[in-house]
Design a protein around this ligand. Structure first.
Ligand code: NAP
Length: 392
């Protein structure tokens, strides 16, 4: 298990706003404990704090200081707490992703055996949800003076002074990159099912192309066998032949059909490829099945860099009270360790979280799902994870 290479790696992190103050220090301690246990002192993380959001503004800087962006540009990986978005400002989260060209967003949605047994049932299916970060995003409202704009008559009838038009775009290259990443992810994770989730019948000019361009790319690059007989949820099943592995099963489901299958429990473990426009909302629904957004980690990837963060936001009403669940950021750290191929430490983080949940060390969000459990604090949960790692 031990590896002899000596490595001191500097990893930048942003504490984040709201509950960032609670979950980030706990997470750094958990990751340090896992690295220490896995490699003694042969590998170490030197954490480098970068300012962003309120913490930057209180120190007289911009919400996203240039030095923060510069440090992120030079980093192979980084960890980030949640940052708030206000309606009249461009999102710092989106700015960072755009600046670093973090194209693909990945969410790992897994039910921990410990939690499933607390609830007296089998673990749910595992989903790895991938979507493209940079496309189908809101390009922002364009305030239009309707006098100077030629609009169809029915618009003219309902508008009196101004009209807010919002737009988004999509590209063949990026859609096909997402499908390629999905196939690689399924292989690397040992999953045999991929579902591409779309709304092609309703939005043929955008979602129709998402479906069409994905299928074109698959047909051009793989030997495909289409199975008409085993259609599920209205989708024919495509079997993608692979030389050394079992064929991958690919389905193309509308969002409605996919979610119906998920909530009725007929869905199996899989990689989900989804259009960015509603990928966030769908992955939150999947997260709700496995304990909520407090436990699901997120990673964002470019071809050379990766940023890891919790799935949830700043939850301002809970900020500074040491009571929320740090698991989402802890498991984002686990994803980061795996990305660095520090797998021994990543395994220990996962083991620590599972054992803490097994011991009924549950924060408010999970405790309210299990009868007879009193919630522990954020730091108590972190200490339980650390103890499990040290004894693991
Ligand atoms: P949120 O911060 O995710 O919180 C919504 C609710 O989810 C909370 O009130 C709480 O529910 C529960 N929750 C979230 N994280 C939790 C945790 N770690 N442990 C326990 N419960 C947790 O969503 P929001 O209130 O809509 O967003 C607040 C701000 O965060 C917004 O400005 C938004 O733009 C931003 N945001 C940032 C990111 C990011 O940085 N990537 C992501 C999403 C949202 P209860 O109230 O039921 O306890």
């Amino acid at each position: 298990m031990k590896n002899n290479a000596e490595i001191k790696l500097t990893i930048p992190y942003i504490q984040g706003e709201g509950i960032g103050v609670d979950i980030t220090p706990v997470t750094l301690k958990v990751l340090d404990a896992a690295v220490e246990k896995a490699y003694d002192s042969k590998r170490q993380i030197q954490w480098q704090e970068l300012l962003a959001g309120e913490k930057a503004i209180t120190q007289g800087k911009k919400a996203l200081p240039d030095e923060t962006l510069a440090a992120l540009e030079n980093a192979q990986v980084a960890l980030k707490g949640p940052l708030a978005t206000s309606i009249d400002q461009q999102s710092i989260n989106a700015l960072i992703r755009q600046h670093l060209s973090l194209e693909i967003c990945r969410r790992n949605i897994t039910d921990f055996p410990g939690r499933a047994s607390l609830l007296g049932r089998e673990p749910l299916a595992t989903y790895i949800v991938l979507r493209h970060n940079e496309e189908a995003i809101d390009l922002g409202p364009i305030l239009v003076d309707h006098e100077s704009l030629c609009l169809p008559t029915h618009f003219e009838q309902v508008i009196t002074d101004t009209l807010s038009v919002s737009s988004h775009y999509w590209s063949k290259t990026h859609i096909q990159k997402l499908v390629e990443k999905g196939i690689k992810t399924a292989r690397d994770s040992g999953l045999e099912n991929i579902t591409l989730v779309h709304r092609a019948p309703l939005l043929p000019q955008s979602e129709g192309l998402f479906l069409q361009w994905s299928q074109d790319w698959l047909e051009q690059n793989y030997s495909i066998r289409v199975d008409d007989q085993t259609a599920q949820g209205g989708s024919k099943i495509w079997w993608l032949e692979q030389e050394e592995n079992k064929p991958l099963k690919i389905q193309f489901l509308t969002v409605e059909s996919f979610l119906q299958r998920v909530v009725s429990g007929v869905s199996s473990s899989q990689v989900v490829l989804i259009y960015n426009r509603y990928g966030d909302a769908v992955s939150d629904v999947l997260a709700a099945q496995t304990g909520g957004i407090g436990v699901v980690p997120t990673g964002h990837f470019s071809s050379s860099q990766a940023l890891f963060e919790p799935t949830h936001g700043t939850a301002p009403k809970h900020a500074g009270q040491d009571k929320v669940n740090p698991t989402s950021l802890i498991l984002a750290g686990e994803m980061m360790l795996r990305h660095l191929e520090w797998n021994e430490a990543a395994d220990l983080v996962q083991l620590g979280v599972k054992r803490a949940i097994d011991q009924r060390m549950l924060t408010i969000d999970l405790a309210k799902q299990v009868s007879g459990v009193t919630a522990v604090s954020c730091s108590q949960f972190g200490n339980a994870v650390i103890n499990a790692i040290r004894n693991g």
